[in-house]
Design a protein around this ligand. Structure first.
Ligand code: BF8
Ligand code: SF4
Length: 653
């Protein structure tokens, strides 16, 4: 009874600024089903775990230290708070980096099979990109056949994973001064498998027990993700499925159609989705849907799978991570096909409640209660056609009595890439980053911020992303985005060119001249590698220092939740970028390890640094303060008008 009362007291308006999500959370509650929002409200996060003050690396423990007095105790083996927190952090990096690199390796597997002629379902779609990626890693391309280049590129990129000595191939893209610093510190990644293995070894009981040395190794591991696994995932996906170019596309649940068979793809690897696009456009499948009484088949994306095809093909996106359960609660989803990462286990029982066919397709990710139909890349249509069949069957015979589709459709421009930024600002005949650098130097653009990452029920859904980005553009900071954050801002209407009115005078002038929005969506989470490449291009173009650490840029993950976010944060920090996270941070402020992350990596080692704030305005202000510090060091503060206002003034705007 007490439990019942607690559930009724939840005010979903306080949990999300997404109207459609709130409406569906209320429906789910009325339908008597739980969601992550209700579970988070009922389950307090473990305070010792949140501070990373516990260790369960061996059975002499688990050992819990006292977060209020972290140096008062050590673990049974003698491990200090710094060792324990550094090891925990390292293992988060390993897990996140492994997710991205394994995803990248899957894409490389597909590429190998395409190049060797064993897989005919996919093709090399973007030959120009193939050539430019090959050239960037030193492969000769002049007067060579596409397939020859592709075979060499496969062999070269395989080293990203398997190499035991030497430097990963994309180290060639890193600005020289940044790479030199990595070599000096011993954090230039070798191969991802080696780095992941070594970090797991070093964090075993009784191995590396010096937080500083552990931090160097998890930096190297994270770099093997950002400049390795993630970058391979992005580049190979572009080569196989096309490099995104800006297009108008829609986001939100209003794209579900009651009179159509609705199919959603959720996860991260783009290949299943690409095949699903073929399946839903196949006249034979459309005829089957019509025979079942539907007007057609309607395909939507979700999370990062959705962000990839939103960028490449303009397929509508239903919602980000904290909307996934709400979307099922519409009752309108006939089938959901999933592959890997960020797929809540709760989606399986929830789908059962609403009769949605919930289908796992990847051998790495079965979910109890889901239907498993494995995707074989050599014959992907077999899997996706079965999902379509199940969706049609559910439409015909098992739709719930009440379907509610929130009528929100948010249009915007998606599909920017570092290649397109080059073209957009420089024009087709003089594509370059010079205009971007010039506008930063002359102060119209104060700096560039990457605002990325998850949504999380521990903070108000979408709110922290949106308010942080608004504050940044208001202060002339150009924002680039990926992942779930991009979807938050798309729903808030900031991906449209007319959102330039919300920008400061300088940024607005640039946006209006070029016709671009002040917030540029670059795709999925592995596409954070596009931001790294853009940073490298800014350094190489000149005028903004010699290393990434010199650039007036900053990164943020305002509502992060996944270990992948920690790996991403760490590879940005190790690349030289000031990076701020919200929600919570897994260190204790009073410890040496915390000080290393939040100061020492920058001051002692010339890398970037971590920071933390929960409030979106404070978060943006801290990013702006860092950007201004960098401008000052570069001597480009110039005459630009600086809008200084108190925090209260800014909140009042
Ligand atoms: O890789 S932003 S919730 S969907 S982890 Fe997951 Fe976070 Fe979304 Fe994609 Ni990225
Ligand atoms: Fe405790 Fe040390 Fe074992 Fe960790 S490794 S559980 S701190 S004894």
């Amino acid at each position: 009874m007490a439990e019942e009362k607690k559930k009724k007291a939840i005010n979903f308006r306080e949990m999300s600024t997404c109207d459609a999500t709130v409406q569906m959370l209320e429906k789910a509650a009325a339908d008597g089903v739980e969601t992550a929002f209700t579970r988070a409200a009922e389950m307090k996060a473990c305070p010792i775990g949140a501070d990373s003050a516990c260790c369960k690396h061996c059975s002499m423990g688990p050992c819990r230290l006292n977060p209020k007095d972290p140096y008062s105790k050590v673990g049974v083996c003698g491990a200090t708070i710094d060792t324990i927190a550094a090891r925990n952090f390292a293992r988060m990096v390993v897990s996140g980096a492994a997710a991205h690199t394994d995803h990248g390796m899957s894409m490389l597997d597909v590429f190998r099979e395409v190049v060797s002629g064993h897989l005919t379902e996919y093709k090399i779609k973007d030959e120009e990109k193939l050539r430019s990626v090959a050239e960037s890693v030193g492969i000769e391309t002049a007067e060579r056949e596409v397939l020859d280049i592709a075979k060499d590129l496969y062999k070269e990129l395989e080293r990203t994973y398997t190499q035991v000595e030497g430097e990963i191939p994309f180290a060639k893209r890193v600005p020289e001064k940044t790479a030199e610093n990595w070599r000096k510190l011993g954090i230039m990644p070798r191969g991802a498998m080696r780095e992941l293995m070594e970090t797991m070894h070093r964090t075993h009981m009784g191995v590396d027990q010096d937080y500083d040395n552990i931090a160097k190794q998890f930096s190297r591991t994270a770099l093997s993700d950002g400049w390795g696994g993630s970058m391979v995932a992005t580049e190979i996906s572009d080569i196989l499925f096309g490099t995104p170019k800006p297009l108008v596309a829609g986001v939100n649940m209003g794209f579900l159609k009651e009179d159509h068979v609705n199919v959603i793809v959720h996860g991260h690897e783009p290949n299943m989705f690409e095949s699903m696009i073929d399946a839903v456009n196949d006249p034979a499948n459309i005829d089957k849907a019509k025979a079942a009484g539907a007007k057609g088949i309607n395909l939507l994306g979700m999370c990062c799978s959705g962000a990839e095809v939103l960028s490449r093909h303009g397929v509508p996106h239903a919602g980000n991570f904290m909307s996934t359960e709400a979307i099922i609660a519409t009752g309108a989803v006939d089938a959901m096909g999933v592959d890997v990462q960020c797929i809540k286990q709760a989606l399986a029982p929830l789908s059962e409640c609403y009769g949605t066919k919930f289908v796992t397709t990847n051998p790495r990710a079965h979910i109890e209660g889901a239907i498993h139909v494995e995707l074989d890349e050599h014959d992907p249509r077999k899997c996706v056609d079965r999902i379509v069949d199940m969706a049609i069957e559910r439409f015909r015979s098992a739709r719930p009595e009440r379907i509610v589709i929130p009528q929100r459709r948010d249009m915007g421009i998606h599909g920017f890439s570092h290649e397109y930024v080059n073209y957009m600002l420089g024009g087709s005949f003089r594509g370059s980053y010079v205009p971007l650098n010039d506008n930063i130097i002359n102060g119209r653009i104060r700096g560039v911020a990457g605002v990325v990452g998850c949504t999380n029920p521990r903070v108000k859904h979408d709110y922290v992303h949106v308010e942080c980005v608004k504050e940044l553009i208001r202060n002339d900071v150009l924002v680039v985005q990926t992942g779930c954050s991009q979807i938050s801002l798309a729903k808030a209407g900031l991906m449209k060119p007319d959102a330039a009115v919300l920008a400061g005078d300088g940024l607005r002038e640039v946006c209006e001249t070029v016709g671009m929005p002040p917030v540029l969506g670059l795709g999925s989470c592995v596409d954070n590698s596009r931001i790294l490449i853009a940073c490298a291009e800014m350094v190489k173009t000149g005028g903004l220092g010699e290393s990434i650490a010199d650039l007036p840029v900053a990164g943020a993950a305002p509502e992060w939740m996944s270990e992948k976010a920690i790996s991403i944060g760490q590879y940005f920090v190790a690349s030289g970028v000031y990076t701020i996270f919200g929600v919570t941070f897994p260190t204790l402020e009073t410890t040496k390890f915390h000080k290393l992350l939040f100061d020492g990596l920058q001051s002692q080692y010339g890398l970037g640094k971590w920071d933390f704030a929960v409030d979106p305005i404070e978060m943006a202000q801290k990013m702006i303060a860092h950007i201004d510090e960098r401008r000052e060091a570069l001597g480009i503060t110039g005459e630009r008008e600086r809008k200084l206002a108190s925090m209260d003034d800014r909140r009042a705007i």
